[in-house]
Design a protein around this ligand. Structure first.
Ligand SMILES: C[C@](O)(CO)[C@H](O)COP(=O)(O)O
Length: 194
């Protein structure tokens, strides 16, 4: 339970809204939680959450949104609290973990760059944004630029903001492929055996 949050917004595929509401009602007793429809891309979902906030609570310069991927179930309180703490200094915070593989940039099947690994990180979530700053920049971007985004911190970088970094964790993995699910199930089982 993180007391710093005023609201917890679950933005989910429209077909799963009722299912999510039922699950939450069954397992979680927290009246800050609301379930809303997500969008077709991740930042459409972010914008839906922002619209919900502004329609229900108005617009405030210092409103902050901490966003997390549902497919990263092992996020820690430490990571979330670091995001909240850094948001007092930065208008945007990214969570990242140092790359252990060398990162290779390739175009059309050919390597074009091998950046120095010690500067390379893998982005995770939470990502934290000042709502007004994000909204102003995002709405100025073309649809093509918006579609190219794979995260929200980049929106803030493009707007010229410094983005703070919270240390991620290897366990804050994103369940994307079947193999990730096997690992996640093993971690969940290990945790429940303790
Ligand atoms: C934001 C992110 O989790 C950082 O790694 C990632 O970009 C989101 O990935 P998605 O699977 O495209 O939502």
């Amino acid at each position: 339970m993180i007391a710093e949050f005023d609201k917890i917004i679950v933005s989910i595929h429209p077909q799963w809204v009722q299912y999510a509401k039922d699950l939450i009602a069954k397992y979680i007793d927290d009246d800050r939680i609301v379930v809303i429809e997500g969008g077709s891309e991740r930042n459409d979902t972010v914008m839906n959450a922002i619209n919900y906030i502004q329609e229900n609570f108005g617009k405030h310069d210092d409103d902050v949104l901490v966003m997390h991927d549902a497919v990263r179930p092992f996020v820690t309180r430490r990571i979330i609290m670091d995001n909240i703490r850094l948001a007092e200094t930065y208008k945007a915070v990214d969570t990242a973990i140092g790359a252990t593989d060398t990162i290779v940039r390739a175009v059309d099947g050919e390597v074009v760059e091998i950046p120095v690994r010690s500067y390379m990180y893998q982005g995770q979530t939470p990502q934290t944004i000042n709502i007004n700053a994000f909204q102003n920049q995002y709405l100025q971007m073309s649809e093509a630029e918006q579609r190219e985004l794979t995260d929200s911190a980049k929106v803030m970088l493009l707007a010229g903001y410094q983005v703070g970094v919270a240390d991620g964790e290897e366990s804050n993995m994103k369940i994307t492929r079947p193999y990730d699910l096997r690992i996640a199930n093993a971690i969940a089982k290990e945790d429940s055996d303790v």
